[in-house]
Design a protein around this ligand. Structure first.
Ligand SMILES: Nc1ncnc2c1ncn2[C@@H]1O[C@H](COP(=O)(O)OP(=O)(O)OP(=O)(O)O)[C@@H](O)[C@H]1O
Length: 255
């Protein structure tokens, strides 16, 4: 693992490290999360403080079992927390009812996982349309937006294919199109390149960076894959339930 400065001060830097203030998209304060109860209880997150800024792609790295997916799930509002505060896109998740949280998530967030989780009986366009259909968009419009999104990820000629007739890289592109079809302000990705070979992983990260990151959006990527570190603006290391370092990523001139 790369050496980190470990300073909470480094959280205040911008994605470019130019010192200008940037608006906070996700603010985590004192987050504690345990699983189980009594003697078998395990505290997985032991007081996490973290800011994610609009316009940045934050990489979350660290040892296996350190709590990365748990933190991502808490930020996404999928998991209840024991203590602390979670502010996401200007709203406090901590104080939201479960129903409000679900609607908030559907409106503002997109998700990309290692396993593409496509519905096997649906075409690529139908898969991408699912988040829109859930939100009540009419089928014709949802499919049309699904096809447009597939064009944006380079799959305009595969819109009517079933997942089994697409390569792994293409299936991940469909999953990305599905995550982005709602124009989410927060994109969370859990090991998005783990099931892909090197070149496909690079292409997928280029896509996530180019389409998912914008001045009014942000992306959080959990990864073990050092080949994609160059796509991040900052890297936070989570070990044994704590953030042990956050630092800006120095880019190669040719990256
Ligand atoms: N629902 C659950 N019930 C009980 N324990 C859980 C649950 N979810 C996660 N854990 C435990 O929490 C710890 C952290 O898991 P988590 O998946 O967040 O780690 P991670 O850093 O993402 O690991 P990896 O890099 O291997 O995916 C692990 O010890 C795991 O067994």
């Amino acid at each position: 693992m790369t050496a980190m400065d470990g300073s909470s001060q480094s959280q205040g830097r911008t994605a470019e490290g130019n010192g200008a203030e940037q608006a906070i998209a996700v603010q985590v304060r004192g987050l504690v999360k345990s699983f189980g109860s009594g003697e078998t209880a395990v505290t997985v997150l032991k007081g996490i403080d973290l800011n994610v800024y609009f316009g940045e792609l934050l990489l979350l790295v660290g040892e296996s079992g350190g709590g990365k997916t748990t933190l991502l799930s808490a930020i996404a509002g999928i998991l209840d927390i024991d203590a602390g505060d979670l502010d996401v896109l200007g709203s406090s998740l901590t104080n939201m009812s479960p129903g409000t949280r679900t609607r908030f998530r559907g409106r503002t967030m997109g998700f990309i996982y290692q396993q593409f989780n496509l519905l096997p009986a649906l075409t690529a366009a139908e898969n991408v349309a699912v988040p829109l259909l859930i939100q009540g968009t009419r089928k014709k419009e949802a499919l049309s937006r699904g096809r447009l999104m597939l064009e944006r990820v380079g799959l305009g000629d595969r819109t009517e294919f079933l997942p089994r007739n697409l390569s792994g890289g293409q299936q991940q592109r469909v999953a990305i199109a599905r995550a982005l079809v709602n124009e989410p302000q927060l994109l969370v990705c859990d090991e998005p390149t783990a099931a892909l070979d090197g070149p496909n992983g690079q292409k997928i990260m280029e896509l996530i960076r180019d389409v998912g990151r914008a001045p009014d959006r942000c992306v959080i990527v959990v990864t073990h894959d050092s080949r994609i570190f160059q796509f991040g603006d900052r890297m936070a290391e989570l070990t044994d339930g704590r953030i042990v370092g956050i630092h800006p990523i120095q880019r190669e001139a040719t990256a």
